[in-house]
Design a binder for this molecule. Structure first.
Ligand SMILES: Nc1ncnc2c1ncn2[C@@H]1O[C@H](COP(=O)(O)OP(=O)(O)OP(=O)(O)O)[C@@H](O)[C@H]1O
Ligand SMILES: O=C(O)C1=C[C@@H](O)[C@@H](O)[C@H](O)C1
Length: 158
């Protein structure tokens, strides 16, 4: 969704998980296995500080835990919550994809985690979009909720 929104709004797209992986030279699953979750969360906080200071005019997708570990996500930019019930999320993720997500191995535990997080996602977001609809519609909703996205911002400093 972030990539599509970036294309439609003429911006660059950044994936916070991919930033951490490239800085570390290893996959998130390896960071969790080799260093533990607390270490990964510190890397997330560090990447958030960098993004707040240095990234402008871009679309960023955060990891699912970032809204919990970064107190004011809005310091980075406008926060969009793509809202979907747990069961629908599950339908969209293949077993191979789940295997890459350390906190998605145990389904019951993942559901509990999701239920605890939902309130925080709502509280951190400036825009909440029902994501149970086609991708094009989601992007339209986001763009009509944030007028600045229509302007196009490659390499902009605002
Ligand atoms: N609006 C949609 N309708 C149907 N399927 C969708 C929609 N949006 C995404 N999907 C599908 O859901 C799956 C997961 O999507 P995606 O990888 O974009 O999730 P994500 O939020 O980026 O996950 P993460 O940030 O945790 O990696 C993909 O197979 C994708 O094609
Ligand atoms: O929801 C989470 O806590 C996570 C989501 C992924 O995007 C990764 O950031 C990592 O697997 C942790």
């Amino acid at each position: 969704m972030g990539r599509l929104l970036a294309q439609k709004s003429g911006r660059y797209f950044l994936d916070a998980d991919a930033l951490i992986e490239s800085a570390q030279g290893r996959a998130i699953a390896s960071i969790f296995n080799e260093e533990g979750e607390a270490y990964f969360r510190e890397l997330e906080r560090e990447s958030a500080r960098w993004m707040a200071e240095c990234v402008r005019g871009s679309i960023i997708s955060t990891g699912g835990g970032m809204p919990l570990v970064v107190e004011r996500l809005h310091d980075i930019g406008v926060v969009v919550y793509l809202k979907l019930p747990f069961e629908k999320i599950l339908e969209r993720i293949s077993p191979e994809e789940r295997a890459k997500r350390p906190l998605f191995h145990d389904l019951a535990e993942a559901k509990r985690l999701f239920e605890r997080r939902e309130k925080i996602y709502e509280a951190q977001a400036q825009i909440t979009v029902d994501a149970d609809r086609p991708a094009g519609e989601i992007v339209e909703k986001i763009m009509s909720s944030d007028g600045t996205l229509r302007q196009g911002h490659h390499a902009s400093k605002v």
